[in-house]
Design a protein. Sequence first.
Length: 821
Amino acid sequence: MTVVGEQAIAERPSLTVADHIRSQPGVDVSSGGLVQSNIVARGFNNAFSGSLLTLIDNRFASVPSLRVNVPFLFTTSNEDIERVEVVLGPAAALYGPNSANGVLHIITKSPFTSEGSTLTLDAGERSVVRLAGRHARAFNDQFAMKLTGEFMRGGDWEFRDPAEPDVFPATPNTPTARVGQANVRNYDIERYGGEARLDWRLGENTEWINTYGITNGGSAIELTGANGTGQISDWRMQSLQSRLRSGPLFAQVFANFSDAGNSDSTDLSGTYLLRTGQPIVDQSRTLAAQAQYSFGLGARTSLVSGVDYILTNPRTGGTINGRNEEDDNTSEIGGYLQSTTAVTPQWDVLFAARLDQHNQLVGTFFSPRAAVVYKPTPEQSVRLTFNRAYSTPANFSFFLDLLQAGNSAFGGLPFNVRAVGVPQTGFTFRRDCTGGVGSLCMRSPFTPAAAGGGATFVPANAAAYYQAALNVALAGGLQSALAANPALGAPGAQAVVDRLRTFNAVTANVGTSLRYITTPGAPPVSPASVVDLERLKASFTNVLELGYKGVIGNRVYFAADAWYQRRENFITPAANFTPNALLDGASLGAGLAAHLTPVIGAAAAAQVAGAITPTLAGIPLGTVVPDSRVTTNGDIAFTYQSIDKAINLRGADVAFDLAMTDAVHMLGSYSWVSDVVFPDIPSGQRPLTLNAPDHKGSLAFKYTHAPRNFSGELRGRYQNTYPVNSAVFVTGVDLRCASPASQTCANAHKGPSTPAGFFQYQQPPTAMFLDLSGSWRLPFQTTRQALLAVTATNLLDNRVPMFAGVPEIGRLIMTRLQFTF
């Protein structure tokens, strides 16, 4: 465990807790703007990440049904934080389910031990202004209270995502009043919130604490995995918590409430998706109850036992969970027992076991832990730990049913893209359609109403829809393009079109090509590669870790961890699993050339067929979708998958603090992970990636002049480049612009051979950053304190993106004036 203390937090002006842990070993922070960030431990970052269990005073800090960590929406403020704890490895036994990827725990101050008032004014570049206040008072030995509040605003770094259309398209989920309106991001950041807490000490060893917190995110930008970027507007988070500690007993109940700012799916005042304009309704709730009891067994063994219950109740107004809205609750229950035995004064042995159940998953999950700790001196310890912990899919992984992109992404063709969760039955593709490639069935928007329409399963045979492809091509200007050929002219073009209409495309002369058209340039896939998807499973992380922590010679603090990790049943980000059926280019070209020869001659026929075949063979004619109530037409579907393979990973984390003199310290950290790409683990049409650097580190020099209450720090940070593959945010791949003719598309980042109308997300590069900070506690009366502080993050303004689909983050200088009295 690493800890960031109260003094370090107070002396560093910041907008979210992410700024305080950025240089900690093993911690990966990908920033997407002033306040947008995703925090994970030891890699596997993602857009919309909730893999790092994040707590505030033992209460979940994530958005209820989405289980995503949004630091911008945390209800606590910097002035009230006592310390921030980071656990890098699995921590299932005491922290509960979904702690397989580490824990971030924000612990606030007790009003009994922190009486007084604090007023803070932060200001800086990008028009940042932050006002915060805290007041704590102990009325007597029994009752104490505290109030905190803050308001902040600023202007974010600008980035225009080419995957977002210039104007909002007409989709089934876009409100009529928004269709055709300009799609303009709001880069203004605004937030206000606060907490109220009442402590009651009922006895010498009994304390009852009640807390209410609220944050209103007036405006911000947040990445989502399956649906692109969202524009936050008046998203409100609230929490209620009651906890009791009496001797060896700890018990609590808490509830978190979310409100994305929209009352229903037609409301235009709240949060919405920038790719479609669809409003997001999220009035979800999480209720949790926990109890823990500690007791001894003999003189050397201490035991801790406990139980947890978690209920998640999504309420999304038919937006996020769509057709699953009426049956989408999840519940989890678990219990644990941990023992710590002092074998000798130097040797401790720890054992723990945890059992959990989840109403959407099969089986009972067993999470064991074992550790041996050796303390050669009171200041040093060596530990060897094995831990197995599990993570469950978030609620939306089961129940998501949300439009991801409208048909403008495919030139207006009648194919939308939906993101869907995996039901308990999984997804099964029909293979009983005679005449379909591999006997697969598909749904097509071009199926005539007389034949059942687009909801009817038909053979995955593109040849049967040749005339539909020809009509689409003609509507797109094919005849005019032919007429522009001097060898044909208008009469020749008409003759060619008339002849094309008589071409009899059948399976014998025109094949079917299956392709994932959301990945331009992707090769055809075989029918055998279209496989059924099982229901989701829990993911397990097994970690063996050897660590050392201690003080050497009263001058050096040193900590090092070497670890081996094995991940099982990995759940991928949402990816396209429904290939489209298209005309096979080779057989179509040969057939058209032969068919046109009697009209324009062999040479001209070969030329014309070669020119028009790519157009016809590039038109999707149907989608191979599973037989499910969330795939009822030809829309393309993205979903999550449990991969029944194991990932083996190694790594190391090092941190040190060297007291060069009484006033000067040198601090450093370094983290290494063995792999950033996992070729054998598919995630969409590309391999799974770590989405974090394999090498990163920091080196700092800190000067403290105690007589003048001054401190300053100069810190350098380094990170290696890394690829990103996180649902729709993928680097190194040509992606289709939502508005191909727009200036946004023309100015977008591109690869060496990216065609017109396409773009690439930029990969985070190898980069170095320089940070500078200083603080001075002014010499006021003993009953008052004043603090002046300044922090320059990325002082040299080295502008680079830290993830896919985010702006290049530059310098931010912030100042702080704080009074405590």
